[in-house]
Design a protein around this ligand. Structure first.
Ligand code: NAD
Length: 484
């Protein structure tokens, strides 16, 4: 792995600004365990400057007063400039978080560009004013959709570029301005986003980026100049942010953790199902929020599935994330590796049977790797089945009938994703209707930019993506007219 740049400035008000601190945050490669770059650790006055720039930009006529068509033109220019820098951004993400490069090319390179273009199209086509006949009194009401204001966008490290864009693209399309705070593990790629914004001549202050960890995030979330918070991250941090926003009556979107289930029905094809499960349950080395990591299988076919899932896990290529054939890279940090290994130990101590994996790969001395690991005959009440592991660890759980499978799927604190595997799509859709979740896949799990994504229960509040994701950045205003 090569060294990424040491960044010394912050992107605020369309310019590279010297931070009000000399403190830096070092970035460590999860593959080589060597330092690969650094960036300043923002302090509160840097956040003040970023929020103030975003507020100023909100009022300036070169942004919020633009017609949707003009705003869409600027967003498309931004998409074009980002596209030119995709390979650099993809490499930056993989160097920082160990995401397998082929996945990064799509998720962190192409997808953010697609999202900007999708929301530019939506900005043009979605009316911002609608006239309705009033009732019961005669008259007319104009219902306006106005930009909600300055958005604090807080992103995690697992899919830093695309999850930032889940927020930035609809916010810009709605006419909002943004202060982005990436995760400290994955901040360097956001400097490339800033370079694209400069090249696209995005008006000053429309996007600002502050750096740092939870403390600076907390300061941003509770800042008086913020109008809405959009957060993706852990349920623990989400609860805290939700409490702060509740106290301030500040709109908030929370995309949090998950512990989703794959319901494998008795009519499913074993080979196709297990092939599909590799991506539905282990994408990004298991560090994806909507993974189907509790695999529910008919008891009568339990042995067949345990063997097939074990063989699948053993067949995945583990190693250098820059190698196109790698499916499982290192986990993001030593802390994440320790967390996953300790959950595996807990699974064992609670009586779980590990059929493959269960530790660090013997042939990889450096890097924060964990072997793809499969637990057989797991009890749905055990820690390994209840807690989000966020690593390459699967739990196979047996059920006797479909009602029990649905009950097991729903018996979770979370409700983010989930899948069903069957040769009968209608049967799968019927199951999908019964699972308490924000999104669900039948024989697949692919996010759709045009449809809402988010969670129920401890998986979050609100939705991103689709027209609903744009509406989350708009405020409604009704103007009552005497004339009919
Ligand atoms: P995290 O909650 O530790 O951090 C996420 C971001 O929030 C980081 O930028 C962090 O600096 C910041 N932060 C942390 N505490 C904060 C606070 N109190 N106030 C303000 N900002 C704060 O999460 P993580 O470890 O970076 O990411 C992994 C988690 O994210 C997993 O639980 C995963 O399921 C979840 N996630 C959810 C989705 C989704 O769409 N539902 C998507 C990806 C990841």
């Amino acid at each position: 792995m090569t060294t990424l740049t040491d960044r010394t400035a912050l992107f605020i008000d369309g310019l590279w600004r010297a931070p009000d601190t000399s403190e830096i945050i070092r970035v460590v490669s999860p593959f080589t365990e060597q330092q690969i770059g650094s960036f300043p650790a923002s302090v509160s006055t840097d956040v003040d400057a970023a929020v103030s720039a975003a507020r100023k930009a909100l009022r300036r006529n070169d942004w919020s007063d633009l017609s949707p068509v003009e705003r869409a033109r600027v967003i498309r220019r931004f998409a074009d400039e980002l596209e030119k820098r995709s390979e650099d951004r993809v490499a930056a993400v993989t160097h920082q978080n160990g995401m397998p490069i082929e996945l990064a090319r799509f998720a962190e390179g192409a997808a953010p560009v697609q999202l900007l273009r999708y929301y530019a199209g939506l900005a043009e086509s979605m009316p911002t004013e609608e006239r309705r006949a009033s009732q019961p009194m005669p008259g007319t009401t104009i219902v306006r959709r106005e930009p909600i204001g300055v958005v604090a966008a807080i992103a995690p490290w697992n899919f830093p570029a695309v999850l930032s864009m889940f927020k930035i693209a609809p916010a810009l399309a709605a006419g909002c301005t943004v202060v982005l705070k990436p995760s400290p593990e994955t901040t360097l790629d956001s400097y490339i986003l800033a370079e694209a914004a400069i090249a696209a001549e995005l008006p000053e202050g429309v996007i600002n980026i502050v750096t740092g960890g939870p403390e600076i995030g907390q300061y941003l979330v509770s800042h008086p100049g913020i109008d809405k918070v959009a957060f993706t991250g852990s349920t623990a941090a989400g609860r805290h942010i939700g409490t702060v926003c509740g106290g301030m009556l500040r709109p908030v979107t929370l995309e949090l953790g998950g512990k989703s289930a794959a319901l494998v029905l008795d009519d499913a094809d074993v080979e196709e199902t297990v092939t599909g499960l590799a991506t539905a349950s282990l994408l990004n080395s298991g560090q994806t929020c909507y993974m189907s990591t509790r695999i529910l299988v008919p008891r009568s076919r339990s042995r067949t599935y345990v063997d097939a899932i074990t063989a699948m896990a053993e067949g995945l290529q583990v190693g250098d994330p820059m190698e196109p054939s790698t499916f499982v890279g290192p986990l993001v940090s030593a802390r994440q590796q320790d967390r996953v290994l300790s959950l595996i130990d807990q699974g064992r101590s609670e009586g779980g049977t590990v059929t493959t994996g269960g530790g660090r790969p013997a042939d990889l001395d450096t890097g924060f790797f964990v072997q793809p690991t499969v637990f057989a005959d797991v009890d749905n009440g055990s820690t390994i089945a209840r807690q989000e592991v966020f690593g390459p660890v699967l739990s196979v759980i047996s059920y006797d009938d479909v009602d029990e499978a649905v009950a097991l799927a729903n018996n979770s604190e979370y409700g983010l994703g989930g899948t069903v595997w069957t040769s009968d799509e209608e049967r799968g859709i019927a199951i999908a209707r019964r699972v308490e979740t924000g999104s669900f896949g039948v024989n697949t799990f692919n996010l759709d930019w045009g449809s809402p994504f988010g969670g129920v229960k401890a998986s979050g509040l609100g939705r991103e993506l689709g027209p609903e994701g744009l509406a989350a950045y708009q405020q409604l205003k009704s103007i009552f007219l005497a004339s009919s």
